[in-house]
Write a protein that binds this ligand. Structure first.
Ligand code: AMP
Ligand code: GLY
Length: 447
């Protein structure tokens, strides 16, 4: 048996736990901030256990790991990595398949990431500058004629970036936002990044990195805006889809290979700069534009929801893959089933601004079973056998089929089998929305 530690408790972590437990040698231990019913069940079934604690405390996580003879660890969420949980585990000699705090800086410090990649001449960077001074930031915004993305450097749960035309009405608003960020330091870091506004279609590419080489997973497209038609406030992600094979319907192998090349150059740059390897999952947020594939940002972890699209398709053993990553050598290229996927999140009424919490959800289990969708628990809790909402996303359903449309129908059938004060985006994965993406790129001359 292998005592495996997972840190984190969202739907992404439920999907990771499920993949790990496909290996019957895995005994799952989870250190969580709330009891995800799916993760708790997998811990019990595999002979491990879950414990609630402060997942951002390296010492608490380490104590739990040492008490349970952990042999391999996977701290999952961004803030956990930024808090140095991997470092504490590694220092205690526990093999860990996730980045150290220094490596995760590619995510938690956008200014550092952009600086590093520019220094090492990594491709795909938009025009950008890093600022600590208001006047210089304003001048740069003027030089880009107000068509900018303004970003705090540190972690803000995906809610700190503002872009002209979406959240920033004009140059004056862009400058005001830059001034506000420099003054308030909402992300905890002093710097901001201002960059040219890119036009195109975004995709997520996740890869396994053993420090020497990155191995890509299927491309996924997430939907960050709350409401149908991509309007409304930004969210953690309302749902996502992937095409049959490694590509999205609007992307080519050339786009895929270009993104992989950028990611490979990036982990090489990190190694050259620090002398240390980037080990763990690397997630690139990219945009296909008229001037090629551009890098928007890195995450030092799986995406949520994107993990749920790709992990059920992984044909290889995730436990073994994590072991190999932690030891610095992935033996062979991971393979994925050639299926399309659609993931839809049910979220509480009022999400994201004012979620209705503590609402019971009722599941038509027969209908869910019949739909063949996979179900992952997110921000919910179980009391006396009933599932209740918390403030974040509640439940994710993933349809897996031969086409995106079929997978969409599977996810939709499962969503309609849950009643309670939750809602979801019905347009994710529909032919109409995908056509809109293709038409958008065509209109830009990008494809
Ligand atoms: P980030 O946290 O850097 O991924 O930014 C959040 C979101 O802001 C991205 O997913 C994009 O939708 C948008 N965004 C970030 N940078 C840019 C940019 N340079 N041009 C256009 N949109 C951007
Ligand atoms: N889906 C976006 C993220 O995980 O950051």
């Amino acid at each position: 048996m292998v005592n495996f530690l997972l840190v984190g408790n969202g739907a992404r972590e439920h999907a990771i736990a499920e993949s790990i437990c496909k290996n019957k040698k895995a005994r799952l231990f989870a250190f969580v901030s709330a009891n995800n019913p799916g993760i708790v069940r997998l811990c019990q079934e595999s002979g491990g256990k879950a414990k609630i604690g402060d997942i951002h405390s390296p010492s608490q996580v380490l104590e739990f790991a040492l008490q349970n003879g952990i042999e391999l660890a996977f701290p999952s969420p961004d803030a956990v990595l930024a808090a140095g949980v991997s470092d504490a585990l590694l220092e205690a000699g526990i093999p860990t398949a996730a980045p150290t705090k220094e490596a995760a800086r590619l995510e938690w410090d956008k200014a550092y990431c952009r600086w590093l990649l520019r220094k090492h001449k990594v491709g795909g960077l938009p025009k950008f500058e890093i600022f600590e001074e208001e006047k210089k930031a304003h001048d740069f915004i003027d030089s880009l004629e107000g068509q900018v993305a303004v970003k705090p450097s540190g972690l803000t749960g995906g809610k700190g970036v503002k872009v002209s035309g979406y959240h920033l009405k004009d140059t004056a608003e862009a400058k005001d936002y830059a001034s506000y960020l420099l003054k308030e330091k909402i992300s905890g870091l002093a710097t901001i990044v201002v960059e040219e506004k890119l036009e195109g279609e975004e995709f997520s590419l996740q890869a396994f990195s053993d420090g020497k080489k990155v191995y890509g997973m299927p491309m996924v497209q997430d939907h960050k805006r709350a409401y149908e038609g991509d309007i409304g406030p930004n969210t953690g992600g309302m749902g996502s889809y992937s095409g049959k094979g490694m590509l999205l319907p609007f992307a080519t192998t050339k786009h895929y290979n270009e993104a992989i090349r950028i990611m490979q150059q990036s982990i090489d740059a990190f190694r050259k700069e620090t002398g240390k390897p980037y080990v763990g999952v690397l997630y690139g947020g990219f945009m296909i534009t008229a001037s090629g594939v551009k890098l928007i940002e890195y995450n030092a972890r799986f995406g949520d929801p994107e993990a749920m699209n790709v992990l059920p398709l992984l044909e290889d053993d995730l436990l073994l893959l994590f072991e190999q990553m932690a030891s610095g050598k992935i033996a062979k290229k991971p393979r994925f089933k050639k299926k399309a996927t659609v993931c839809k999140y049910l979220v509480p009424e009022g999400y994201p601004a004012k979620s209705l919490t503590d609402q019971p959800l009722y599941f038509d289990l027969q209908k869910i079973k019949k739909s063949k969708a996979k179900m992952f628990y997110a921000s919910v809790y179980e009391k006396d056998g009933v599932i209740y909402t918390q403030s974040s996303r509640s439940i994710a359903f993933v349809g897996i089929a031969d086409s995106i449309s079929q997978a969409e129908r599977v996810a939709e059938a499962a969503c309609s089998a849950v009643s309670g004060k939750v809602w979801h985006r019905k347009d994710i994965g529909t032919a109409q929305l995908i056509q809109k993406r293709i038409d958008h790129l065509k209109s830009l001359g990008a494809i």
